[in-house]
Design a protein around this ligand. Structure first.
Ligand code: PBG
Length: 325
């Protein structure tokens, strides 16, 4: 055959493939989610997230140092609130001496360069397990936004670098931005979960924080997975309202959405490779049906190729170790 173009030339050896690779993962692409719980010396494995733990602050600090040493620059904090402290308004979320606030301070004190992001939503603090305040069977928008703005200020005052509202209430980004401004927190950023879908892939996370909704589902605030334009609308509005970074969540079933958003915004796009996505790879690897290391790198590279320059993933540490060889 006489061919003018032989595409296989560029795939010939590992060296050539490395030279022409269009997407490369770096440890600084990852955001490592951490589940913090009360106590001392606690490291509880999460049943549905093999190899992932809820840790007390002391063990969290050890973990944060290891992540930093591996080149990971950012952690995203979630706290497990004791049932006795939960109520409908998420009051404990505003406690200046609450577990979240203490964790932020501990990390920023020990390792000031580590970028600390915090989850802002009521579900871990809500007696109903919903992301907002419940009246009757409704998750009410405007009163919830007020609490989310106060919660963001509380995290900002404790030293959080970014607040990450994951609730999907309307108007919360603007309210949070204004509240941060009024509080003089002009260096606190907002990473908005702007296109967050109502997804079954959050199941293991809800086990981790014991935060499953007590009634109904989250479909009146999280998005319908049938929709694409709605994701664009939500994200553009969040950017207008003041989001510094936007996010698509989950990741792997939503790669088209990541790309679509990447094409229309001028802020960094992140994606959340969520608990169920982690659990799927773990489970298949445990059965010997998938090569875990390869599945992790392929999945995360695919998410980055789709357009996410930042990836929140429970595989952050594992992937960083693989990248270091
Ligand atoms: C809470 C929140 C959830 C996740 C992040 N923040 C759960 C939910 O919305 O029900 C899911 C993360 C994951 O599954 O890894 N608002």
């Amino acid at each position: 055959m006489i061919l003018l173009r032989r595409n296989r030339i560029l795939r010939q050896t590992p060296a050539v493939r490395a030279m022409v690779a269009e997407t490369t993962l770096r440890p600084s692409d990852f955001i490592a989610p951490l589940f913090v719980t009360e106590g001392h010396g606690v490291k509880d494995e999460i049943a549905s997230m093999h190899g992932y733990y809820r840790m007390s602050i002391d063990n969290t600090m050890l973990e944060v140092r290891e992540l930093w040493a591996l080149g990971i620059k950012c952690v995203l904090l979630f706290v497990k609130c004791d049932d006795s402290l939960k109520d409908n308004r998420g009051t404990e979320a505003l406690n200046p001496d609450g577990l979240m606030q203490r964790t932020i301070k501990a990390i920023k004190h020990a390792l000031p360069e580590m970028v600390v992001m915090t989850d802002v939503a009521l579900d871990p603090f809500s007696s109903h397990g919903h992301d907002g305040i419940v009246e009757g069977h409704e998750i009410v928008n405007d009163p919830t936004v007020k609490v989310l703005a106060e919660m963001s200020v509380s995290h900002g005052l404790a030293g959080a670098d970014f607040v990450a509202p994951s609730d999907m209430m309307d108007g919360r980004i603007r309210a949070i931005r204004e509240a941060l401004e009024y509080a003089g927190l002009t260096k606190t950023g907002i990473m908005s979960y702007s296109a967050k879908y109502a997804s079954c892939f959050y199941g293991p996370f809800r086990d981790a924080l014991d935060s499953a909704p007590g009634f109904g589902d989250k479909k009146t605030y999280q998005m319908d997975y049938a929709n694409r334009l709605e994701a664009v609308k939500e994200t553009l509005m969040d950017v207008e309202e003041g989001a510094d970074i936007v996010m698509v969540k989950p990741a792997m079933a939503y790669l088209d959405i990541i790309r679509e958003i990447k094409n229309v915004v001028e802020v960094p796009v992140s994606a959340y490779h969520v608990s169920g996505e982690y659990a799927m790879i773990k489970a298949a690897a445990k059965m010997g049906w998938l090569d875990e290391d390869k599945a992790v790198l392929e999945s995360l590279t695919g998410i980055k190729r789709a357009g996410a320059s930042l990836i929140a993933t429970y595989y952050a540490k594992h992937a960083a170790m693989l990248l270091h060889g």
